[in-house]
Design a protein around this ligand. Sequence first.
Ligand code: URA
Length: 261
Amino acid sequence: MDASDRQALIAALDWQCAMGADEALLDAPQDRTLAAPPPRRAPATPALLAPALLAPAPGAAASLAAGAATLEALRAALEGFDGSPLRETATRMVFSDGVPGAPVMVVGEAPGADEDRQGKPFVGVSGQLLDRMFASIGLSRAEQLYLANVLPWRPPGNRTPGDAEVALFLPFLRRHVALARPRVLVLAGNVPAKALLGTREGITRLRGKWTQVETDDGQVIPVLPVFHPAYLLRNPLAKREAWADLLSLKRRLKDGGIVAT
Ligand code: URA
């Protein structure tokens, strides 16, 4: 192979990654440029071809979520919920990490490639930044933090979750918050902020302003929307506001006698 072949192959790989084809799904590569392509595998379930037909009856997610009396039962209910084709392309379900019942619950958007591989939220590069941010005010996922996402399955190519996907999983997320019973909820980025606050306002306006959510079982939980760490990696100047938000969280935890950080 000469240098230009090599460059062309690297450019083709780059293009595939940019299009979202960044995971190997088969053990052996398939040459799709062959004149007579090999016979296609049948899809794992018809959900890939006809998601609408297999979509659950309206309210199925809500009643499954409401029926979960513990976090473990909620995890099992989500594992069994086949109303989203995202589960066909994802590798693992990502439910949570950190300490169940911790005083601070952080909600992100959706698993990325690293989370999909490990089955835990916020373990990639942006998760490492998130850990450093919380460590700077004395909080860690080994003690004071509990982490989850709006979507439990990775959207292919890390695309932003669509409104319908968010709405589908919202009953599970609301139940997740109710069962985790955090003293404070931190919403990282646009997707969780819009989902749980029911607003169309963007995170730039929402961040740093304390508000609250009421769970279906009547808990009123203080909420702080903040920038998503992936946004901070792309926009380092916004770390100034992120730091102000962390200090505001620290003060709230201290003044409320919740965590002495
Ligand atoms: N981004 C998120 O919003 N959640 C994760 O778990 C990882 C990256």
